[in-house]
Design a protein around this ligand. Structure first.
Ligand code: HGY
Ligand code: MN
Ligand code: MN
Ligand code: MN
Length: 400
């Protein structure tokens, strides 16, 4: 199963993945999901927002136990971020069938669309739409780097963009959602454990910094006559690192757009995106305020204009304590598996659903700790431990 998915959207050069929402690679991933569902005689459907669902039992009965994750990726992403959760969901179902478990509740497997937001700039579009955390109007205005809007991209992939919208009835039928995900960090590697349970997702967001200067000739414009936006941008990137260190948080300027983007032209515009995350809101606010203050001072010093806009924000997510404790109880009975509880700075669909549906996450050890990179890794043994832990959890939550 895993091997069939591996080649989809993979670069022969870097070994990284490029599976952007509503592209050919995304369609191939969706075809794989449908094949896995139908091959297991599961009821298959695509919801109004393009998320894919596979059901054992009728979800209309309610109190369903659902597991899954996403199949899309960041540019040049790793093999496990997202797909491990979806593959493990199907493998855990296979394990329940092997055990002969009789389920008292409907069991669902989901692939949430566009979790990474790599194409349209907003993470978790499929789950946000379903949860009503993104309006139809906001979604229709999402546009990719080539000026293609989300509705047009959906339509080109054969999905009706006018059908999108909140789906409270669907969420109302879910009694528990458990997302298994490769750990994006080294906590399990350092603690020597194969599997962990998530306690919380840090508050995090994305801010856009537009530095507006004056395009001019790189060879003939005296330094004193320049209004070069690249300079305050560079100083702001360094300021972000200092602010993050001060607050014990993280801050990243990982994406930049330059106009006119010519080697021999002083830019007219430098657009940079800040991704910042912290263990609590106070620290996050301190980082963003500090970066914005520094950016305004540096822009003014270079005679450059500055606009700052918050593009997305996700408040802290404390996962459902009762469900988290239930997972710990279920897994705790599995004597040879210690299962620590850990927080994360990574956003997930589980974070979006949390608060609307009892939600929990399981993490599988990543020996490199690296993610959003081809170097992301997980050993076969740890992946199997993750599948067995997920099967235990699903059995414990859905059994007669
Ligand atoms: O950005 C994130 O934290 C997630 O991987 N989408
Ligand atoms: Mn990711
Ligand atoms: Mn992910
Ligand atoms: Mn996720």
């Amino acid at each position: 199963m895993w091997r069939q998915l591996l080649p989809v959207g993979r670069s022969a050069v870097s070994g990284g993945y490029r599976r952007f929402a509503w592209t050919g690679a995304d369609s191939d991933c969706r075809a794989w999901f449908e094949e896995q569902a139908r091959g297991r005689r599961l009821a298959y459907e695509v919801d109004r927002n393009g998320n894919q669902w596979a059901w054992l039992g009728d979800p209309a009965r309610g109190d369903a136990v659902v597991t899954g994750s996403h199949l899309d990726s960041v540019p040049d992403g790793g093999a496990f971020d997202g797909p491990l959760g979806v593959v493990s969901a199907f493998a855990a179902l296979d394990e329940l069938r092997r055990r002969g478990v009789r389920l008292a509740k409907p069991l669902g497997i989901v692939n949430f669309g566009d979790e990474e937001g790599a194409r349209f700039g907003l993470a978790c579009v499929g789950s946000r739409l379903t949860a009503g955390a993104l309006t139809v109007g906001q979604a229709h205005r999402l546009t990719d780097g080539d000026g293609i809007t989300l509705p047009r991209a959906m339509e080109a992939a054969g999905h009706d963009p006018d059908a999108i919208g909140a789906d409270p009835e669907r969420l109302g039928r879910i009694g528990a959602f458990v997302e298994l995900h490769v750990e994006q960090g080294r906590a399990l590697d350092l603690s020597g454990d194969r599997v962990g349970i998530a306690s919380a997702i840090w508050p995090h967001g994305r801010w856009r910094f537009d530095f507006r200067g004056e395009a001019n000739h790189a060879g003939t414009t005296r330094l004193a006559d320049r209004r070069d936006p690249m300079l305050p941008y560079a100083e702001t990137v360094l300021a972000a690192r200092r602010e993050a260190e001060l607050a014990g948080a993280v801050a990243t300027f990982g994406k930049i757009a330059v106009e006119p983007n010519g080697v021999n032209a002083i830019p007219s515009l430098v657009r940079g995106w800040l991704d910042s995350r912290a263990a609590d809101q106070e620290r996050l606010d301190a980082v963003v305020a500090g970066v914005e203050k520094a950016a305004r001072a540096h822009a003014a010093a270079h005679g450059v204009g500055l606009d700052v806009a918050r593009e997305s924000f996700t408040p802290v997510v404390e996962f459902d304590h009762a469900l988290r404790d239930e997972l710990a109880r279920i897994l705790g009975s599995d004597t040879d598996l210690r299962v620590p509880v850990l927080g994360t700075g990574a956003g997930h669909d589980a974070g979006i659903l949390s608060g609307r549906v009892p939600t929990a996450m399981l993490f599988v050890r990543n020996p490199t700790g690296v993610s959003h990179s081809p170097a992301e890794s997980a050993t076969e043994d740890d992946c199997v431990a993750g599948v067995l832990a997920l099967a235990d959890v699903l059995e414990g939550l859905a059994r007669t």
